[in-house]
Design a protein around this ligand. Structure first.
Ligand SMILES: [Zn+2]
Ligand SMILES: [Zn+2]
Length: 258
């Protein structure tokens, strides 16, 4: 199996860092080393100000052997996402790929280790309902190409009473109907839950619905690019994923990984 793409990474990590060749080049170096020839830069939309399309263009010119996609991870941050969404709309034609993510229920950033106590005071089935309602809203609002870490809400090992696939099937149907892709992410293996995003049964259901798959590491440092892809290859084999989607100007092409 040849895993040649990584469609989720954060050159700026978690602070505003203007795009420059110094910031970006280590990502290309790492990609080449890992056999990744097609990747998307998808910083969090709250740092959109530091994304520079001209720098990305120069980065491409310096690395002509790689397909470098300009992207962003658009989320539902109650403070910053309105501005992020407006920026995405304004630059839609210069972007290749937009990830849609839910990181918040109200103002609770549920995937932050500092806010894990939020699970203890809430009904977990209701948390999953609120989470999927936020995903639904993200799909309805549009301006996205793929949903990232679809069942991120399991990050701290709080699970609903119903199987995850039952909770997420209505969302998968909406993803399919909207013609969007879905990410399989290795990041879950590095988190307390210790399981890839999303759940195996969710991936099988997505394939059944014909949803294109993007693969990703959600790297926040070059060393994490395509992290755990050896393990991911086993998982893709197990679930029967035979092709992955790559994006240019929001247009998906399916490429065989067999
Ligand atoms: Zn995310
Ligand atoms: Zn991310």
């Amino acid at each position: 199996m040849k895993l040649f793409s990584d469609y989720h990474m954060h050159p700026q990590a978690h602070k505003l860092q203007p795009y420059s060749q110094e910031l970006l080049q280590p990502w290309a170096d790492r990609a080449r080393l890992r056999g990744v020839s097609d990747f998307a830069l998808t910083d969090h939309d709250r740092y959109h100000e530091a994304v520079c399309f001209d720098e990305i263009e120069r980065f491409r010119e310096r690395n002509p052997d790689l397909k470098i996609r300009s992207g962003i991870e658009l989320d539902n941050d109650p403070k910053s996402s309105a501005a992020g969404r407006a920026w995405v709309a304004r630059h839609w034609d210069r972007l290749d790929f937009v990830l849609g993510s839910v990181h918040y229920i109200g103002d609770w950033m549920f995937d932050s280790a500092a806010q894990v106590d939020g699970y203890k005071t809430r009904n977990i089935d209701e948390v999953y309902e609120q989470y999927t309602a936020e995903l639904d809203r993200m799909i309805v609002l549009g301006h996205i190409d793929s949903l990232s870490h679809l069942d991120l809400i399991k990050i701290f090992k709080y699970f609903p009473t119903s199987p995850l696939v039952d909770v997420f099937t209505p969302i998968l149907e909406k993803i399919a109907h909207a013609g969007l892709a879905m990410e399989i992410s290795t990041a879950g293996w590095r988190k307390p839950v210790g399981i890839q995003y999303p759940d195996e049964a969710i991936v099988r259901k997505a394939l059944e619905l014909g949803i294109p798959i993007t693969i990703a590491s959600d790297a926040h440092a070059p060393a994490e690019l395509s992290k755990d892809y050896e393990k991911l290859a086993d998982f893709l084999q197990l679930t029967g994923v035979k092709e992955v989607a790559v994006f240019e100007k929001h247009k998906a092409t399916l490429v065989s990984i067999m």
